[in-house]
Design a protein around this ligand. Structure first.
Ligand code: ZN
Length: 160
C-alpha cells in the first residue's frame, strides 16, 4: 500500500520519534513493507517513518539504482562519523521542489536492527552514508532546512 507523505510544515516532521520494541507487532511489519513500496513509488532514495505520519524510529533506504538492495533499519543510529565532511545536494520527499547543499560527515558507521531484532552495523561512505544520515535526522525531528548552507532550487516555496 502506498502511504501518504507528510509535507513541511507538518509538526510530525519536527518531532523526535519513539524507539521500536521487539518483537515488532504485525503493524510494524506492514508499515515497513508499505514504506518500501512508497519510497519506490515516489522515486525516493530514502524514507523515514515520520514522513508517513508514524512517530517511530524506522527508516528505509532505496539505492537499488546504485546496486544496493533496498533495506529497512529499525532504531538506527550513527555510531561513528568521519571528521572529514563533504557537501552534497539534497532534497526531501517531505519538502517537494526544494534542494540545497548540505554538509555532512563523509563516512559513518551506522547501526540498527532488522525486522527480527538482529543488530545490523556497517561502515559506509558515498551516497549510502548521506542517505542514512538524512533519514536518521528525520527520526530525531531534524529536517534539511536546518542544515542547508545554500539553496540550489525552490527556496521561494518555503514561505509558511
Ligand atoms: Zn527527507
Amino acid at each position: 500500500m502506498i502511504l501518504k507523505i507528510a509535507t513541511y510544515p507538518n509538526k510530525i516532521l519536527e518531532t523526535p520519534c519513539e524507539e521500536v520494541g521487539f518483537p515488532v507487532p504485525d503493524a510494524v511489519r506492514q508499515l515497513i513493507k508499505n514504506m518500501l513500496e512508497t519510497v519506490r513509488d515516489a522515486n525516493g532514495i530514502g524514507l523515514a517513518a515520520p514522513q508517513v505520519n508514524k512517530n517511530l524510529r524506522i527508516i528505509v533506504v532505496n539505492l537499488e539504482y546504485a546496486g544496493i538492495p533496498a533495506f529497512a533499519l529499525i532504531n538506527p543510529k550513527v555510531a561513528w562519523s568521519s571528521k572529514k565532511t563533504t557537501e552534497m545536494e539534497e532534497g526531501c520527499l517531505s519538502i517537494p521542489g526544494v534542494f540545497g547543499m548540505v554538509e555532512r560527515p563523509e563516512k559513518i558507521t551506522f547501526s540498527g536492527q532488522d525486522i527480527n531484532g538482529k543488530i545490523i552495523t556497517a561502515r559506509c561512505g558515498g551516497i549510502l552514508s548521506k542517505v542514512v544520515q538524512h533519514e536518521i535526522d528525520h527520526t530525531n525531528g531534524i529536517l534539511i532546512l536546518e542544515k542547508i548552507k545554500k539553496y540550489t532550487q525552490g527556496k521561494e516555496l518555503l514561505k509558511k
